[in-house]
Design a protein around this ligand. Sequence first.
Ligand code: FMN
Length: 171
Amino acid sequence: MTATEDVAAGLPVAAFTDAMSRLVSGLAVVTTRASGRPCGLLVSSICSYSVHPPSVLVVVDHASRCLEPLTHCAEFGVHVLGSAQERTARTFASRGADKFAGVAWEWDGPVPRLCAAPIYLRCTATAVFDHGDHTVLIGEVSRTLVEDAEPLVFYRRLFDWRLRGSGARRL
Ligand SMILES: Cc1cc2nc3c(=O)[nH]c(=O)nc-3n(C[C@H](O)[C@H](O)[C@H](O)COP(=O)(O)O)c2cc1C
């Protein structure tokens, strides 16, 4: 076991990010409309938040170009990705000019919906709060579309849904 300083103020960023890289997470693309066009980003910070009302929590970096549209929209979409969607994950983790050009998508009301995602949640934005360099968004889920698929899993900076550590592609 590797010990590091446990005083929060003095904790090196690398110690924190290394610890967090060992947390197994799913990956999702969060989308909304910005000036009439779709925008979206990849997040690992997605979790079920409450059952009554059904809601999810996502966390967005202040540096994200989607932050402003997401904090001002009435609705947004959450797309939990499947193992076949590593390319989509990389596209939405980029700062490309048109991330939607190469993926099948459609408007679901005001929400851009990625057609191939095995889990789609249409969310009404209900709460927003800042902490540090990120903003937490709570979305109340109004619609779900679900298909069976193997999940896209992120672990130790690898897309590695079987958690084998080999054969997986490094970021
Ligand atoms: C595996 C992975 C997980 C990520 N998780 C998050 C996240 O939870 N929140 C976030 O704001 N950015 C996250 N990012 C970074 C964004 O996807 C990335 O900064 C993206 O370029 C933002 O796009 P935008 O500026 O067009 O909004 C993640 C990236 C990767 C590769």
